[in-house]
Write a protein that binds this ligand. Structure first.
Ligand code: ATP
Length: 267
């Protein structure tokens, strides 16, 4: 059914335990999304219902997509990843129709998390035709978001952007994306946690991850993952030579960190 590439659907296995750091962000999501679903009566007493929408913003590679998948994992929900660019490449009318279908399908597959990456694709374009098209799609999205609120459907919308300032202002108005959350680059202790998570289960010597964490200021989670990948490669090369299992060493990590740079610095 998903062969048109507008949306990819799966059931994520990731949970919050796989997301290193971001404790405040997780707490906020737990309170607003996860607990209302698990304990509807309690939250109803406060006038809160399950469902709703969340906008994550921040530099690339710091875990927005990963976090959205983990939300789905936490509540055992399906995950639909919408390709906005693919939807925008259709004709006016067709785009809106397809977006509506995606939301219908999410309702059929509830609980469901709909993830809209690069939400900034809707807004800030100077070409008049394209601007009109985007505006139509924004309106459709707003309709769908309003629909979610009134039906309490156990369909959650999580959108993400690196550039919140390019968003169509209609999307930023209150009542639309009702939770706006900054996903920052990991702090030193968080970097150590992320390195540990990515190394878990791999052959390794005695490592001082705190030293690597110290030397990787402004590295994103994705950058850290890459450091681990590079280190694995060095260990594998040694293994090919020696024929034995070769552990990942402090030196591998150190070298890998030196050869990469922090991508969030350009943000
Ligand atoms: P973009 O804005 O470029 O889409 P993003 O913020 O959505 O980036 P992700 O795709 O979620 O970033 O992160 C890229 C990869 O980095 C993830 O697949 C994950 O493995 C790793 N990663 C990032 N942040 C974390 C984190 N806090 N804990 C564990 N892994 C992380």
């Amino acid at each position: 059914k998903d062969d048109n590439k507008l949306v990819e659907t799966d059931k994520p296995k990731e949970t919050f335990a796989d997301v290193g750091g971001l404790e405040e962000v997780k707490k906020k999501i737990r309170l607003n999304f996860i607990l209302p679903l698990q304990q509807p009566e309690v939250f109803a007493a406060y006038g809160r219902e399950a469902g709703g929408s969340l906008l994550l913003y921040g530099p690339p590679g710091c875990g927005k997509t990963f976090l959205a998948r983990a939300v789905a994992g936490e509540i055992n929900a399906n995950f639909m990843h919408i390709e906005l660019q693919a939807i925008l490449s259709m004709y006016v009318g067709e785009s809106e129709h397809n977006l509506h279908d995606i939301f219908e399908k999410a309702r059929e597959n509830k609980p469901c998390v709909i993830f809209i990456d690069e939400l900034d694709a809707l807004g800030g374009n100077r070409n008049q035709m394209r601007q009109h098209h985007e505006r139509m799609l924004v309106n459709q999205l707003l309709l769908e978001l309003d629909g979610l609120q009134s039906f309490n459907d156990q369909v959650f919308v999580i959108a993400a952007t690196n550039t919140p300032w390019y968003l169509d202002s209609a999307l930023r108005r209150p009542g639309r994306f009702n939770h706006l959350i900054f996903v920052p680059p990991p702090e030193e202790a968080e970097r150590e946690t992320i390195l540990g998570l990515k190394l878990a289960g791999k052959p390794m010597g005695k490592l001082e991850l705190e030293r690597i964490a110290k030397d990787t200021r402004m590295f994103s989670g994705a950058d850290l993952e890459q450091i681990v990948r590079d280190s694995v490669e060095s260990a594998l090369e040694r293994m090919l030579k020696s024929g034995n299992i070769e552990p990942i060493t402090q030196d591998d990590l150190k070298k890998a960190a030196k050869n990469r740079k922090a991508t969030t610095l350009d943000w």
